[in-house]
Write a protein that binds this ligand. Sequence first.
Ligand code: NAP
Length: 230
Amino acid sequence: MSKTILVIGNSDGIGAAVTQALVDRGDQVVGISKSPSPLGPNGPRHEIQDVTAHGYPGLLECLISEVGHFDAVIYCVGIGSGLTLPDLSKEAHVFEVNLLAMVKTLEVFVPHWLERKTGHFIGLSSIADDLYNADAPSYSASKAGFSHYLLSMGFKLEKTGIAISNVRFGFVDTKMAKAEKKPLMITTEKAAGHVLSCLEKRPKQLTVPKLVGAVVHGIRWLQSFRVWTE
Ligand SMILES: NC(=O)c1ccc[n+]([C@@H]2O[C@H](COP(=O)([O-])OP(=O)(O)OC[C@H]3O[C@@H](n4cnc5c(N)ncnc54)[C@H](OP(=O)(O)O)[C@@H]3O)[C@@H](O)[C@H]2O)c1
């Protein structure tokens, strides 16, 4: 049966691929991003909105009252900022976009979903949530907070009918994947397939690729060992 789904951060990258895949299977999609939708005026409804702007929660409330009910919300918004000392001026904004706006999204949707005893939130985190990353501390720390919050909320909301899925990708072939080496990088189409699989299976967490997740976890273990023994 077709679903009504809000995709936040869908003008580019994984969000754009998720939107295309949902449209292809006949779902009703509403999108939000700062730029217009690449699918144009003949594509699904699209709202131009910065998720850190004052009006963002109000837009979400308007969409709920106009559309009625969203079966799922997929939060694909994310920015990464490399840190070059001594300039820390972009650090706080990364937390506002990656973490705080996601929390504000749940603040709007969870009460509506609790009334209906159904709903599903899928958030795109990263395997970087497991690393202390000296080159991009705001990115890895915002993703650590993102994953921790979604898993905690998943436990809080179990037995309410609401599912929370935290998706942790390694490298996906978008403008965000800036590293020199990108082991086991997957396409946006493949990433979108994994996100859509969450709509059916409703897992608390999905890590793709698992091998990259395991290697990063090993690096984190070595980092922690160094901190403990200093
Ligand atoms: N690519 C990777 O290798 C990778 C790996 C692991 C996790 N992820 C995560 O997956 C998610 C999607 O990444 P991606 O690679 O698809 O990135 P992307 O290609 O840069 O797309 C990011 C999307 O977020 C939107 N966005 C950014 N800031 C926004 C804001 N303030 N308000 C509203 N929309 C905003 C962008 O829209 P505008 O251009 O209109 O601003 C764009 O549609 C991110 O959370 C990222 O951390 C990516």
